[in-house]
Design a protein around this ligand. Structure first.
Ligand SMILES: *Cc1c(COP(=O)(O)O)cnc(C)c1O
Length: 473
């Protein structure tokens, strides 16, 4: 396929100077002295070009996208429409509060809704992503301990936690201590007790963990931590696993972040903006970033007067468009948020049970929103998980997350999400079974996959090691 620059011809796609012939009002130093080199093709050709490009891409509108941990579900398009209303997109962040009452009310109401959903006593909407929420939450924890003159340095992180957890705690200056998982994929309680001492500031837990398993001992863990004077951080990126059934407060957590760009109607994984709101219990309220959106009974306002605030973690108040989508989604779903979790968990268990005869399932337990298979059995035939992932693309499915979590060999992490039908799940099962047969009978077919995509096998590391970012004709 040719690039738009190669397609460029002598057509004048659009003339920017048609209406303003006299440019003398501009300082001459602002004017170009030569053409800027933009490609020029007619309107129809532009349209065809970008349609063709988008057709080469895989997306949720095209097929099944079981990318574990990323919640690639269908997000109702009506939320996009609401986020793109002119009153939302043309709002200037420096407007005085009295001129932005609607937007402030929306953010306030979203904070209130997230307080209910998480059980927490205060929420900030400012962080721009999940990992950013983690960093914010850990900064809050750090500042809390500073405020009581306690110099704890360590943070416990189970080896089944998401990889961003240790990174965030480390960026905050904490020392990371890894806690082992037991043979059922749960936090190893003996190891946890061995590692717990007065230097432990907090534990960061992903629950369900990255094996998709609910931590059965979570109440015992929160008691142990609190008795030790430590705090608990909840990675709630995959909140569609528990929404409406339980919440981090009931489990004894002090801080939680959510990924609005997973559970709450903004697509994840597209590289676009996200939002990672953080909720905290009462005693950590005064440490949240400024501004917090408040209501004085008459008007909504940005409150910068937070006693022990860690300061701002992002310009203004966060990614407003993402907040609009989340608020609309929550209003639309109401009590059915619980049903979304129910279906996410049901779909994952359905796939797990259908596939475990054909692929190894290292932790054969009821799962939450996702589960992790191993390609170990197929490896004996010389076919790796990577090859299986590539072959899935021929079956009109996006490959699952692979080689993560690290504690499973040849990991295949599958998250069907709540928005798929049984028919679609069955189609995926059939494809996975067919691939398992091919591995034994005609492995070459899998090893040389994908066969049907516009781009075949790519060098996995070349683009990262030798980025080629410049196009020359
Ligand atoms: C996606 C995810 C994160 C990180 O979220 P980003 O928005 O990508 O920074 C953290 N924890 C878990 C469990 C996740 O699934």
């Amino acid at each position: 396929m040719k690039t738009i620059f190669e397609k460029s011809n002598n057509t004048e796609g659009i003339s920017l100077t048609n209406e303003i012939e006299d440019l003398s009002f501009l300082k001459s130093s602002f004017l170009r002295t030569e053409k800027c080199g933009l490609p020029q093709v007619g309107e129809l050709e532009v349209m065809r070009h970008y349609k063709e490009l988008s057709d080469r891409n895989f997306c949720i509108e095209k097929g099944f996208y079981p990318l574990g941990s990323c919640t690639m579900k269908y997000n109702p398009k009506v939320n996009e429409l609401l986020a793109s209303l002119e009153g939302h997109t043309n709002l200037h962040p420096l407007l005085a509060d009295e001129h932005a009452q609607g937007a402030l009310k929306l953010m306030y109401n979203l904070q209130e809704a997230l307080k209910k959903i998480t059980g927490m006593e205060a929420v900030t909407l400012q962080p721009a992503a999940g990992a950013h929420g983690e960093l914010t939450g850990m900064m809050v924890i750090k500042k809390y301990f500073e405020s009581i003159n306690d110099n704890r340095k360590k943070v416990l992180i189970p080896d089944s936690a998401h990889g961003t957890n240790p990174a965030s705690a480390h960026m905050c200056g904490f020392e990371i201590v890894s806690v082992k998982s037991d043979n059922r994929g749960q936090v190893d309680m003996v190891d946890l007790k061995r590692l717990l001492d007065k230097d432990v500031a907090a534990i960061m837990m992903t629950n369900p963990n990255t094996l998709g398993l609910y931590e059965e001992n979570v109440l015992e863990i929160s008691k142990l931590m609190h008795d030790n004077g430590s705090l608990l951080y909840y990675d709630g990126a995959n909140y569609n696993a528990i929404m409406g059934y339980t919440n981090p407060k009931l489990m004894g957590f002090d801080v939680v972040h959510l990924n609005l760009h997973k559970t709450f109607a903004t697509p994840h994984g597209g590289g676009g903006p996200g939002a990672g709101p953080v909720g905290v219990v009462e005693k950590l309220k005064d440490f949240l970033p400024v501004p917090v959106i408040d209501f004085d009974g008459q008007k909504y306002y940005r409150n910068y007067n937070i006693k022990n605030s860690i300061g701002a973690v992002k310009s203004f108040y966060g990614n407003f468009g993402v907040l609009v989508r989340a608020y609309a989604y929550i209003l639309m779903m109401g009590n059915n948020l619980k049903e979304a979790s129910e279906n996410a968990v049901l779909n994952a268990n359905y796939l797990k049970e259908k596939l475990k005869k054909y692929y190894d399932l290292p932790y054969d337990e009821p799962c939450m929103h996702e589960f992790v298979l191993s390609g170990d059995r197929q490896k004996q035939f010389g076919v790796s998980t990577l090859n299986i992932a590539k072959r899935l693309m021929d079956g009109n499915a996006h490959p699952p997350t692979v080689y993560f979590p690290l504690i499973v060999h040849e990991a295949i992490m599958i998250e069907p999400t709540e928005s798929e039908t049984k028919e679609k799940l069955d189609e995926f099962v059939d494809t996975m079974i067919q691939i398992s047969k091919e591995v034994e009978e005609e492995p070459e077919k899998v090893l040389s996959a994908p066969h049907s995509t516009p781009v075949k096998r790519v060098d996995e590391t070349l683009a990262a090691r030798h980025p080629d970012l410049k196009f020359t004709l």
